[in-house]
Design a protein around this ligand. Structure first.
Ligand SMILES: [Ca+2]
Length: 210
C-alpha cells in the first residue's frame, strides 16, 4: 500500500513539474496594435511578441515590470514612443528587448535551439518629440534594421541607466535633437558606434563618460 502511495506521488509530482514547464514555455502575449491607454507589461505574461509596428500614443504610458522579455517578430518592426515608457528592471532581472529567435524567456519561435539570434533582426525603439522615458537595467540587443540606431532618441526626453546596448546592426544609440541622460551603461558588439550624435542636439553635454 505504502509503495503504491509513493509511486502515485512520484507520478503526480512528475506531471505537475511537466505541466509547470509546459505552461511556462507556452506563455506569451502578442502585441499587434498601438498602445492607446496606460498599460502594464508583466514578466509572467511575457514574452511580449510584437508582430507589427507599435506606437505608444501621446498621453499613454507603457510600464514594463522587471524581468519582462519583449521580442520583435521580424526585422521590419519598430516600437515608437510618442507617450511614455517606464521600464525599470533590476540587476537580477533586466528587461530585455530582443528578436524572436532569442530564446530568452522561452522558445518563442518553436524550434528549440535550431536557430539563434543575430543583429539587425528587428528595427528600433524611437523616442519621438514630446515623449518621455525611464529605462533602468534594460538589455537592448539584435536590432538596428534599417535605422541609424537600435535605440533612437529623436526629440524625446530619456534617462537610460545601468543598461546594456549590444549587437545592433548599426549604432547602439542615435541621439538627435535630444539630450538624454545616459550613465553606467555597457555597450558592446554594435556594428557601428556605441552612440552617435546627429545634428541639432540641444546642449553640449549629451554624452557623459562611462
Ligand atoms: Ca528557438
Amino acid at each position: 500500500m505504502l509503495r503504491k502511495l509513493l509511486f502515485g506521488s512520484v507520478i503526480l509530482t512528475f506531471f505537475g513539474v511537466f505541466l509547470f514547464f509546459s505552461t511556462s514555455a507556452l506563455a506569451s502575449t502578442t502585441i499587434s496594435s498601438d498602445i492607446t491607454s496606460d498599460t502594464t507589461w508583466t514578466a509572467t505574461a511575457g514574452p511580449y511578441i510584437l508582430t507589427s509596428d507599435i506606437t505608444i500614443i501621446t498621453g499613454a504610458t507603457l510600464t514594463i515590470q522587471a524581468g519582462t522579455v519583449v521580442k520583435f517578430n521580424n526585422y521590419l518592426i519598430d516600437l515608437r514612443v510618442e507617450g511614455s515608457v517606464n521600464a525599470q528592471g533590476t540587476g537580477a532581472q533586466n528587461i530585455i528587448f530582443t528578436e524572436i529567435r532569442d530564446d530568452a524567456g522561452g522558445d518563442s519561435n518553436g524550434d528549440g535551439s535550431a536557430s539563434s539570434p543575430g543583429s539587425g533582426n528587428w528595427g528600433h525603439i524611437e523616442f519621438a518629440a514630446g515623449s518621455t522615458g525611464v529605462m533602468d537595467y534594460v538589455d537592448i540587443r539584435y536590432g538596428g534594421y534599417p535605422s541609424l540606431g537600435q535605440l533612437t532618441v529623436n526629440g524625446g526626453i530619456l534617462t537610460l541607466t545601468n543598461s546594456i546596448i549590444r549587437h545592433s546592426s548599426t549604432h547602439g544609440v542615435r541621439i538627435q535633437n535630444s539630450d538624454p541622460v545616459m550613465t553606467d551603461n555597457n555597450w558592446h558588439d554594435n556594428a557601428s558606434a556605441a552612440r552617435i550624435l546627429s545634428t541639432g542636439r540641444q546642449t553640449t553635454s549629451p554624452c557623459p563618460k562611462e
